[in-house]
Ligand binder design. Structure first.
Ligand SMILES: CCCCCCCC/C=C\CCCCCCCC(=O)SCCNC(=O)CCNC(=O)[C@H](O)C(C)(C)COP(=O)(O)OP(=O)(O)OC[C@H]1O[C@@H](n2cnc3c(N)ncnc32)[C@H](O)[C@@H]1OP(=O)(O)O
Length: 194
């Protein structure tokens, strides 16, 4: 069973998403936006270490290998971890639009159990944009990029300014990210138009 709850259907006057002219090329690895991100950061020992690549249009693909630390039931991925993988993949679409957005709503369908050691092959695209609202969908497959669907999600992301993070984040983490001597990393963590 699957469906779409209120808030995930674009209004009539929503527009098609536009790929930013400076978006990464199709196939380009996007890299982590923040090393401590639970979804994609390299500095999170139990994080998902999800790797996303730019696709055509406003789309991305990503891979995530389920590790023993990601279990819910014995030998199976935790549903919240799978939702994180979908959320992170949808979040990576920001690189194609080159604007910052946060998840407002995320609806997940769990279609098949996902065992530990499985590679989850994800793809996501923006389907519509209405003012600050970005409508998107993602699919996670197992056994290969064209394998059976295990999870699906619809997302509503909301565009925000960089002060969303500086006003709301824990001060010590904001300070640490701001004072990172690696300018590329610093910019990635806080860019207004990544
Ligand atoms: C994460 C670090 C990123 C660093 C940046 C580096 C660059 C990034 C590059 C690439 C990788 C990115 C990877 C990210 C990781 C995955 C994403 C996450 O997990 S993000 C964390 C979870 N999400 C939150 O913590 C949001 C918490 N919520 C809020 O802060 C607010 O509620 C917010 C900003 C979402 C909206 O608040 P308002 O006051 O600014 O705006 P209002 O007026 O309430 O909403 C605007 C429109 O959106 C609709 N809306 C808002 N929330 C909705 C909802 N839940 N359902 C339906 N509609 C909703 C409203 O009805 C309104 O629509 P109408 O303009 O009137 O048509």
């Amino acid at each position: 069973m699957s469906g779409t709850s209120e808030g995930l259907t674009p209004p009539e006057d929503a527009v098609k998403p536009v790929r930013h002219p400076d978006a990464p090329q199709p196939g380009e690895l996007l890299g982590s936006h923040y090393e401590h991100c639970f979804g994609c950061g390299g500095a999170q020992p139990h994080g998902l270490h999800l790797e996303a690549r730019a696709g055509e249009g406003v789309s991305v693909t990503a891979e995530f290998t389920v590790k023993p630390a990601h279990q819910g039931a014995p030998g199976l991925a935790h549903g919240g971890v799978l939702a994180t993988a979908l959320d992170e993949t949808l979040g990576a679409l920001s690189w194609l639009l080159r604007g910052i957005a946060v998840t407002g709503r995320l609806e997940t369908d769990y279609v098949r159990p996902v065992p530990v050691d499985t590679v989850l092959y994800l793809d996501a695209e923006v389907t519509a944009v209405h003012k600050r609202k970005i409508y998107s969908r993602a699919t996670g497959r197992i056994g290969g990029p064209n394998g059976p669907v295990a999870v699906r999600a619809k997302g509503l992301f909301i565009k925000v300014e960089v002060d969303h993070f500086t006003r709301n984040g824990r001060a010590e983490d904001i300070d640490a990210a701001m004072s990172d001597p690696d300018t590329v990393r610093r910019t990635r963590a806080f860019e207004v138009n990544p």
